[in-house]
Design a protein around this ligand. Structure first.
Ligand SMILES: [Zn+2]
Length: 207
């Protein structure tokens, strides 16, 4: 019973992609919150065929397949799959948040790629390099920090860039905000692919 409750809780905490009225991703929430929005009538559940359903239609649609599909929400007398994509019915904007500077977001901006040699590395083989070293007044900010591999980092040391012979792949800039900014690749659901063209799940943090 305890295992079933834990499993149910984890289903309710699964990620759910939120689209605006124009089918553009604007947020990633959890299934529990997605169900509330659908129940309140401000959103509908989207299935992979681009069809939208209110909560009762979703329950009816999945009444027979729920047991087989697994990953179901249990409500009194009801079982239905956790919504993986929902669409807001009246919100038509795209958020323009500034991405906060953080280690996790920096790894996503630079896509786990050393910004000097251009090679991709696992997290533990990369470090954050200050282009203008802190000892020379460089700030810890989007436009002065990049990912560097062990080799490039030791080549650069505490020198400024001009004296090292290294060059940056691109000038470091604040990243464009995306709904997936804090998402790990393992949390990215296959059912999102029709709506996430142009985003690379491999660049999500945590890999
Ligand atoms: Zn490198």
């Amino acid at each position: 019973m305890e295992t079933a409750d834990k499993s149910h809780a984890s289903v309710l905490n699964r990620p759910s992609l939120v689209l605006n009225k124009s089918w553009m991703p604007v947020h990633v929430t959890i299934a529990r919150r997605a169900i509330c929005l659908v129940y309140r009538g401000v959103a509908k559940i989207v299935c992979t065929e681009f069809q939208v359903h209110d909560l009762w239609a979703w329950i009816a649609l999945n009444a027979e397949s729920a047991e087989i599909a697994g990953g179901c929400i249990r409500a009194p007398e009801r079982r239905f799959p956790a919504p993986e994509v929902i669409q807001l019915l009246s919100y038509d904007k795209v958020p323009s948040y500034a991405a906060p500077f953080s280690r996790r977001n920096l790894f996503q901006r630079d896509a786990h790629t050393c910004q000097y040699c251009g090679k991709r590395f696992p997290t533990d083989r990369l470090s954050i390099d200050h282009v203008l070293p802190r000892s020379r007044g460089g700030h810890t900010s989007w436009d002065n920090c990049v990912l560097a591999c062990v080799r490039c980092n030791s080549t650069k040391g505490d020198r400024d860039l001009k004296s090292t012979g290294l060059s940056l792949l691109r000038p470091p800039r604040p990243p464009r905000w995306t709904p997936y900014l804090n998402l790990r690749p393992s949390e990215w659901l296959d059912s999102w692919s029709p709506f996430t063209t142009g985003y690379d799940r491999r660049s999500a943090t945590g890999s």
